[in-house]
Design a protein around this ligand. Structure first.
Ligand SMILES: Cc1cc2nc3c(=O)[nH]c(=O)nc-3n(C[C@H](O)[C@H](O)[C@H](O)COP(=O)(O)O)c2cc1C
Length: 312
């Protein structure tokens, strides 16, 4: 499965495990990279010291390339940006803003930079500032989202830029991977399905909630505040949406979600915590190892589109 993405990143399969706050730590990232994909450590709002330790632990478990996802609104973003260079990390994906101010430093260090975008305008801007590839993430995804679906966003981004595009949002099996290739993507990024893998350190309650999820279980909170987040419905989303409908202010709403992802991931509180997951949760039926999941995706995709000429 050779594409511009496997060549750019030096990996076997163009399958990326999305950086996920609290979820994407070094065990998961190393397992994905060892299985031939690209594992990412999610730096989220964590201090640079934690990120450095995570990178060093991942290096002990894999000699394959792996990356770090940097949330640019993090108060520690400047320090994390330096840590990835000092630790010789090969790939950085970025979210929540523009990484322009770090571009020169990263390029000089040979770091491949892949911003996550949810619009054509941001995609074009990222290409102009030197991005090596893009993740075009549709609104089906778990966590913080934009409004375009993967189906409409990916072809528009592919048409707007000349760097390779990785599709994310709503992909959970080989049909999704094949569809993404047909839309012009040259790689895929999955988050939700990796949450339930055997190597993921996420609480079993969280994994079970994803496995049991139905098609109608997804909710988006925070649209009124301009920061939509997709999670599985529970007491927290119910209260949040009731308050939002009543016109509650940002501070009152934030009280409900503060520390919510940690509560669900670490403590297993799937009633009051934030069980972030994409719409694809309803398609995730089993807890596989990262290797089993990646091999399944490759096998299914090959069966559907091998020979069509989209990858070698
Ligand atoms: C629990 C969870 C946390 C996430 N946290 C982040 C994050 O910190 N940074 C980021 O860029 N994307 C984050 N994402 C998005 C994923 O990296 C990925 O793009 C997305 O999950 C892909 O769509 P899918 O959920 O349909 O597979 C998160 C997703 C989930 C499910």
């Amino acid at each position: 499965m050779k594409t511009e993405i496997t060549k750019l990143l030096g990996i076997e399969y163009p399958i990326i495990q999305g950086g996920m706050a609290w979820v994407a730590e070094y065990h998961l990232a190393a397992a994905v990279s060892n299985a031939g994909g690209l594992g990412l450590i999610g730096a989220a709002s964590a201090p640079a010291k934690w990120v450095r330790e995570q990178i060093q632990e991942a290096k002990k478990l894999t000699d394959k390339p792996f990356g770090v996802n940097i949330m640019l609104m993090s108060p520690y973003a400047d320090d994390v940006a330096k840590v990835v260079v000092e630790e010789g990390v090969k790939v950085v994906t970025t979210g929540a803003g523009s990484p322009e101010k770090y571009m020169k430093m990263w390029k000089e260090a040979g770091v491949k930079v892949i911003p996550v975008v949810a619009s054509v305008a941001l995609a074009k801007r990222m290409e102009r500032c030197g991005a090596d590839a893009l993740v075009a993430e549709g609104t089906e995804a778990g966590g913080h989202i934009g409004e375009n679906t993967t189906m409409v966003l990916v072809p528009q981004v592919v048409d707007a830029v000349s760097i390779p595009v990785i599709a994310a949002g709503g992909i959970a099996d080989g049909r999704g991977v094949a569809a993404a290739f047909m839309l012009g993507a040259r790689g895929v990024q999955l988050g939700t399905h990796f949450v339930v893998t055997k190597e993921s350190i996420v609480h079993e309650n969280y994994k079970d909630r994803i496995i049991k999820a139905k098609d109608i279980d997804s909710r988006v909170t925070g649209r009124t505040a301009g920061h939509p987040v997709r999670a599985l419905r529970n007491e927290m989303t119910k209260k949040y949406l009731e308050l939002e409908n009543k016109g509650a202010g940002f501070e009152e709403l934030e009280q409900l979600t503060l520390g919510g992802l940690r509560k669900a991931v670490v403590e297993g509180d799937v009633k009051n915590g934030s069980v972030m997951a994409g719409q694809s949760a309803a398609m995730v039926k089993e807890k596989l190892s990262c290797k089993e999941l990646i091999e399944k995706l490759v096998r299914e995709t090959d069966t559907l589109i091998k020979g069509v000429g989209l990858y070698e």
